[in-house]
Design a protein around this ligand. Structure first.
Ligand code: UD1
Length: 360
């Protein structure tokens, strides 16, 4: 069987890396061959190249060079380029991961060319249609043939939309495969020395969702609330889209230090040793759960409920009073311990590849 793996944006890279490793390890009889397509949705070295290097992902067979743009422009560019590529390089199965624009765009193209699609991380839902990712999830899952899921909740979401059980495989979380594999390779980022950080005496902040950073007043209110209540350093690795807006705030916080985007090994080092993490990311809710680090999520909903029900995550929403209260509790040592969600054991990619080998 020939498969085409799609990767486009930063959070995709840690999901495909363990699948490539598993193909190499479990496929001695070479029944499975793969081609790696990078859509070029993320193109900065700090959002793409460094992840390929650190996660030892081979060079993609092609980079479609889609780049940035509005939601429609970016999605359309990925579709146009991937259609040409797939016609030239037919495959038995396109494997998409996560919920970024590349995930949805390549799914639509593949299905219109009568090519089967497997969605890794299928079935998760925030039920929040203002998130571009939720639209990507729903469109991808409406079309995909096979679903590799991270939770039983995701299985149920799929079943409730009429997907038959024989197309759903609960395998665990490939992002956690990467996390567990790399724990011995973590590296202190430069900001550690620069800010004189020490274990459990700093926070990590990430914010990049349009809902949190595109409205400058809202963004500033949130940063001010954090700065006013943490009482210890806050390292804020800034996504390029957030950087532009942060500079426009015209505000120099006392505790919050913005830094460039960090590499994977540096970022995980930082969150692993932090007092807590404040974020609006999806993947970081999962990583903090497995690391047992308190996570305060500045969103009103999550597509990853197991990080709240089982893990260390709490939904804070956009309420600065709730944020201050949560920070007080955390600093007073009142935070749940959390456990590890089922099958988040570092072997999800192996399970996926073993299942793919049985598909006709
Ligand atoms: C995308 C994903 C989001 C994911 C995030 C992780 C979608 C809809 N969103 O959001 O789910 O959590 O990646 O980072 O797919 N930019 C650069 N360099 C780059 C890429 C982007 O400077 O390499 C800037 C550009 O100004 C661009 C903006 O960031 O317009 C947004 O990039 P885009 O790919 O549209 O979405 P992300 O916010 O990165």
């Amino acid at each position: 069987m020939k498969i085409t793996l799609i990767a486009g944006a930063r959070p995709n890279f840690m999901k495909i890396a363990p699948m490539i490793t598993a193909i190499k390890r479990l496929n001695s009889e070479s029944t499975l061959s793969y081609r790696l397509v990078h859509t070029g949705q993320h193109y900065d070295d700090k959002l793409s190249k460094v992840f390929f290097e650190e996660l030892e992902i081979p060079e993609p067979d092609v980079n479609l060079g889609a780049g940035s743009g509005s939601q429609a422009e970016q999605t359309a560019r990925i579709m146009v380029e991937f259609e040409k590529d797939l016609i030239k390089n037919p495959t038995d199965l396109v494997v998409v991961v996560g919920d970024v624009n590349s995930t949805m765009a390549c799914t639509i193209v593949a299905k219109k060319l009568n090519t089967k699609v497997a969605h890794v991380e299928g079935g998760i839902r925030s039920w929040d249609m203002t998130m571009p990712e939720e639209i990507n999830r729903m469109a991808t899952d409406a079309l995909a043939d096979y679903f590799f899921t991270t939770s039983k909740v995701a299985n149920n979401n799929l079943k409730n939309t009429g997907v038959s059980e024989d197309r759903i495989f609960f395998v665990g979380n490939t992002m956690i495969d990467s996390l567990l594999k790399n724990l011995t390779k973590l590296r202190k980022p430069n900001v550690w020395q620069e800010k004189g950080l020490s274990d459990h005496h700093y926070f990590v902040l990430t914010l990049h969702r349009p809902a949190n950073v595109d409205d400058l007043q809202k963004f500033k209110t949130m940063i001010q609330a954090i700065d006013g209540s943490v009482g210890m350093p806050v390292v804020f690795p800034v996504h390029p889209r957030t950087r532009k807006n942060f500079d426009l705030l015209n505000y120099t916080p006392q505790f919050v230090t913005p830094t460039d985007s960090l590499s994977y090994l540096e970022f995980i080092y930082l969150i692993k040793n932090a007092k807590g993490v404040i974020t609006d990311s999806g993947g970081i809710q999962e990583e903090t759960t497995v690391l047992g680090v308190p996570c305060l999520t500045l969103r009103n909903n999550t597509e990853r409920p197991e990080t709240v029900n089982v893990g260390t995550n709490e939904m804070i929403g956009e309420d600065t009073v709730a944020l201050k209260k949560a920070l007080e509790n955390l600093k007073a040592g009142k935070w749940k311990k959390g456990g590890i969600p089922e099958l988040w054991d570092g072997r999800a990619a192996e399970r996926i590849i073993n299942i793919l080998k049985t598909l006709k």
